[in-house]
Design a protein around this ligand. Structure first.
Ligand SMILES: Nc1nc2c(ncn2[C@@H]2O[C@H](COP(=O)(O)OP(=O)(O)O)[C@@H](O)[C@H]2O)c(=O)[nH]1
Ligand SMILES: Nc1ncnc2c1ncn2[C@@H]1O[C@H](COP(=O)(O)OP(=O)(O)O)[C@@H](O)[C@H]1O
Length: 186
C-alpha cells in the first residue's frame, strides 16, 4: 500500500488517544509520538504518549508543525513521522485541527484525516473526569479557545475528513476495523 498517516483530531475526551492505542494493538499501526510542554497525566509515559518537554528543551527540536493549545506547546517532527513509516506504511498521529490542516497541506492525500467526535458534547467532560484529569485541568481545557474551536470540524476540512462518532466503543471499533482493513488491503 501507499504510505498513509491517519491524523486523529477532535475535542478533548472524544477518544483520539483511545483510537490510536486501539489501532496500534489490533492492527500494529505505529503512532507518531509528538512533543509537549504540558504536564504528564496519571498513567502517561514519556516516549509512549508524548515526549514531555520543558520550554527550553521544546525549543531545541525541529518541527514539521507546532501549535499552542490550552496554554501549552505541542509539536510534531518529520523525523518522528519517518521513524514510524520505517515500521509500517500505515501510521497514526494525534493532532489538533490546526495541525491536521497543516498536515493536509504538506502531505496531501498521504494524510488521512479522521475527526473523532461524540453526539453529545456533555459526554466529553464526563470522560475527562473518568480519565482522572484534575478539576483545574478540565476547567482550563474546556474553556480554552482551542477546545471550543475543535468542537466542530473546521470548514476547510469538511468533505475531506472521515467523521467518526465515538459514542459506543464497540461500534467505534467495528467502524475502525473496516477502515483499517480496507486501507491495508489496497
Ligand atoms: N498540532 C499539533 N497538535 C497536537 C500535537 N500533539 C498533540 N496535539 C493536540 O493537542 C491537543 C491537546 O492534547 P492533550 O493535552 O493530549 O489533550 P486531550 O485532547 O485532552 O487528550 C489535542 O487536540 C491533540 O490532538 C502536535 O504535535 N501538533
Ligand atoms: N466510546 C467511549 N465510551 C466511553 N468512554 C470512552 C469512549 N471512548 C473513550 N472513552 C474514555 O474517555 C476518556 C477520554 O478518551 P481519550 O482517548 O483519552 O480522549 P482524547 O485523546 O480525545 O482526549 C478515556 O478515559 C477513555 O477511556
Amino acid at each position: 500500500m501507499e504510505k498513509r498517516v491517519i491524523v486523529l483530531m477532535g475535542p478533548a475526551g472524544a477518544g483520539k488517544s483511545s483510537v490510536a492505542s486501539y489501532i496500534k494493538e489490533k492492527w500494529q499501526v505505529p503512532q507518531v509520538i509528538t512533543h509537549t510542554t504540558r504536564a504528564k497525566r496519571q498513567g502517561e509515559e514519556d516516549g509512549r504518549d508524548y515526549y514531555f518537554e520543558s520550554d527550553q528543551s521544546f525549543a531545541q527540536n525541529h518541527y514539521l508543525e507546532s501549535v499552542h493549545y490550552g496554554g501549552h506547546q505541542y509539536g510534531s517532527s518529520m523525523e518522528g513521522l519517518e521513524r514510524a513509516f520505517e515500521k509500517k506504511a500505515l501510521v497514526s498521529i494525534v493532532l489538533d485541527t490546526k495541525g491536521a490542516s497543516t498536515y493536509r497541506k504538506i502531505l496531501g492525500d498521504e494524510a488521512w484525516l479522521w475527526y473523532i467526535t461524540t453526539s453529545d458534547p456533555a459526554k466529553l467532560k464526563k470522560r475527562l473526569v473518568a480519565r482522572g484529569d484534575s478539576k483545574e485541568a478540565i476547567e482550563k481545557r474546556l474553556t480554552s479557545a482551542e477546545f471550543q474551536r475543535d468542537l466542530a470540524l473546521p470548514a476547510d476540512l469538511e468533505g475531506v475528513a472521515t467523521v467518526i462518532k465515538n459514542d459506543d466503543w464497540t461500534e467505534t471499533k467495528a467502524r475502525i476495523d473496516d477502515l483499517v482493513a480496507g486501507a491495508l488491503k489496497s
